[in-house]
Design a protein around this ligand. Structure first.
Ligand SMILES: O=C(CO)[C@H](O)[C@H](O)COP(=O)(O)O
Ligand SMILES: [Co+2]
Length: 230
């Protein structure tokens, strides 16, 4: 099963806006996916929440498979779950071309990051706003991207945490250029340029797209604001 573009192909199109399907209309999922794809999205972000690692519960393999059936876009699957090690092969099989795991959810992320890569997907490591960069530093060479959460995970529509921008700068400075920094949480027309200036090149946007009347206009504006000459 094709899981969309390779990560290298996606990286070549950076900066990348990734609509988060957390706040879309799940009663019309196919229409929502096609709308953001036609609006120019080059990847989708799928938030998996288990009600244990985070206080919210979203969806699992069946929704990923449903989205995979209606688009070839790469699916960036954000695992906000405990025991992610139990499920990596199933997430790859369901269509996840990129899989990110939280450093706060595992003892040692290295084997999981290596397993994700060995199964042909891109491996991401996530850190919450309070988690210091030092927590992920030992594992960076096993990552294709690092996701710096700009809200505490669990819900869309939260307020962007500006204090994370210094972590984005720190990550950008320590990572090799081929490893991308992703931001997720409250990324909008008001905050995306500061994220890009700090070095982010993958931008998860939920409410900044799905809480607006015109997805295409929102996506085009976000893409414009994400272009900065650092
Ligand atoms: O991981 C997430 C929340 O835990 C979501 O991806 C993120 O919050 C998207 O929603 P918004 O852009 O509205 O913040
Ligand atoms: Co997310």
């Amino acid at each position: 099963m094709s899981n969309g573009l390779t990560f290298a192909q996606l990286r070549a199109t950076r900066p990348v806006i990734l609509p988060s399907m957390l706040l879309c209309d799940f009663g019309n999922l196919e229409r929502e996916v096609r709308a953001v794809e036609e609006a120019g999205a080059r990847a989708l972000h799928l938030d998996i929440m288990d009600g244990h690692f985070v206080p919210n519960i979203t969806y699992g393999f069946t929704i990923i498979e449903a989205v995979r059936r209606v688009t070839e876009l790469p699916l960036d699957v954000h695992l906000m779950i405990t025991n992610p090690e139990k499920y990596i092969p199933q997430f790859v099989e369901s269509g996840a071309g990129l899989i990110s795991i939280h450093i706060e959810a595992v003892e040692d992320p290295r084997p999981l990051l290596e397993q994700i890569r060995s199964l042909g997907s891109a491996a991401g490591l996530v850190l919450n706003p309070p988690t210091p960069v030092s927590a992920v530093e030992p594992y960076l060479e096993a990552c294709d991207y690092v996701l710096a959460m700009t809200v505490m995970p669990g819900y869309g529509g939260q307020k962007f945490d500006e204090s994370v921008l210094s972590k984005v700068r720190e990550l950008r400075a320590m990572l090799p250029p081929e490893v991308l920094v992703e931001v997720d949480g409250g990324v909008s027309a008001e905050t995306i340029a500061a994220c890009a200036e700090a070095g982010a090149e993958m931008f998860v946007t939920g409410s900044a797209i799905f809480r607006t009347p015109d997805y295409a206009a929102s996506l085009v504006e976000l893409q414009r604001l994400a272009q900065v000459n650092r």
